[in-house]
Design a protein around this ligand. Structure first.
Ligand SMILES: [Zn+2]
Length: 108
C-alpha cells in the first residue's frame, strides 16, 4: 500500500534502528579510547582547522550513521561545536558551501 511515498530527504533512506544503535554504541566505546583522546589532545577541528580545547571538540561521523557511515577510525573526526551544529542542520550542498567558504578564508 505504498503510493508514491517519497522520503522528505535522503537521510531517512538508510535508517535502520538496529544498525544505528550498534554504530552509536561503537562510537561511545571509541570515545573512551586512547586513540580518540590523542586526536582531541591535538585540539584541531577536522573541518575548519581552528584550534580548540580538547573539551570543546565533539566526535563527529564524517559520513553520518543514518546515511550508512560506520563508527570506524577513518569515519570519526573531532569537530568544534560550531561545525558540528552546522553539519547537522545544513543540507549537504550548504555544508559544502560552508567548507568552501572557510577554506577560502584560510588561504587569504
Ligand atoms: Zn570547526
Amino acid at each position: 500500500m505504498q503510493r508514491n511515498k517519497r522520503p522528505p530527504e535522503p537521510f531517512t533512506i538508510l535508517c535502520d534502528d538496529a544498525y544505528i544503535k550498534r554504530e552509536r554504541q561503537k562510537a561511545r566505546e571509541l570515545r573512551q579510547s586512547e586513540w580518540w583522546k590523542r586526536r582531541c589532545a591535538k585540539g584541531v577541528c577536522y573541518y575548519c582547522n581552528r584550534h580548540f580545547a580538547a573539551s570543546e571538540l565533539t566526535m563527529d561521523h564524517i559520513v553520518p550513521i543514518a546515511r550508512g557511515g560506520k563508527s570506524t577510525k577513518g569515519n570519526l573526526a573531532p569537530a568544534c561545536k560550531e561545525c558540528n551544529t552546522k553539519k547537522k542542520y545544513l543540507l549537504l550542498i550548504e555544508w559544502e558551501e560552508y567548507l568552501a567558504s572557510i577554506s577560502k578564508e584560510k588561504s587569504e
